[in-house]
Ligand binder design. Sequence first.
Ligand code: GDP
Ligand code: MG
Length: 371
Amino acid sequence: GASISVQELANRLKKPAAELIKKLIGLGIMATINQEIDAEVAEIICADYGVEVQVKIEDPEKEILELLEQEDSPEDLVARPCVVTVMGHVDHGKTSLLDAIRQTNVTASEAGGITQHIGAYQVEHNGQKITFLDTPGHEAFTAMRARGAKVTDIAILVVAADDGVMPQTVEAINHAKAANVPIIVAINKMDKPGANPDRVKQELTEHGLLPEEWGGDTICVNVSAKTKQGISDLLEMILLVAEMLELKANPKRLAKGTVIEAKLDKGRGPVATVLVQNGTLQIGDAIVAGTAFGRVRAMTDDKGRQVKKAPPSMPVEVLGLSEVPEAGDVFYAFDDEKKAKQLVQIRLDRKREEELKANSKVSLEDLFARI
Ligand code: GDP
Ligand code: MG
């Protein structure tokens, strides 16, 4: 824990050290002038002098992270593509919509790479990029949010026009609102005979989303993942909302981002799809994600092409990590490999400590059970 020497504390309080030593003796602590005393004891002494202290708890992990989290100067910031998540009730067409968007935006020359699945992809619309997270909506979203990782700029809420607002639709609305992420509603399956977009809008109103055409600020777009109706309107609206968000990043700094998904590949070892959120990730960079460490050995984009650099908002598959990180882990690139290893060691030590605590707790309970 934190500590301070008697002399140092006396200096700060502008009191004679001998007086402090007397007080310490009063507390049953036989201290010498150079002795280090605990923060809690120092607090008692200070309170005795009517001085309130704030104990700064040393957290070596935080110290390293703070160095990495330095703010960008405004002149380094440039526009970055928006990152979009698709949410909605099961079977309302999230996967179909993501596929439809990807297909309508793949040029003939790229078509070979369309089978590639890395958990996220980028499309271009009117010369502007949009990043889509292709992970199973809710779970990924909540897992990432639980870790404090904010990855999404815009949420697309898919509602089937023939089914309307359902329990998971409401859940999705609540998640997006809690995360303060703007929602665009895609009213899907418009090709179906039973499609009733007005009913969907009415139901949305009951959950606090008032459509624009009814005087509110919720953008609704009628689409069909099957016929591709409205897909380009939807992309248009995404770009419109993104423009209002004025999303910026600094491509000149070391990369920081979030692990979207990760797995162990038999041939290639740990493979992680990461979303770069700030900075530029480059081959050879030392990175840490959770307790995984490594140097970026190779990077692949969503079309299976090898890339040397990944700028802000770009999803890439990364090879070179020592172990498989977890979805939602934040990753950092380092210029100082020593610092990177230090961070991993701190986290491993903490993990071990927590495991020990958990184990000892179990054995105590065992003991009580036996009594
Ligand atoms: P998810 O669970 O939200 O990912 O939904 P899916 O994308 O798996 O779609 C569920 C079902 O609805 C599948 O059988 C799709 O073929 C179908 N579906 C999705 N979008 C449309 C659409 O626009 N029109 C029609 N007719 N069917 C759709
Ligand atoms: Mg699906």
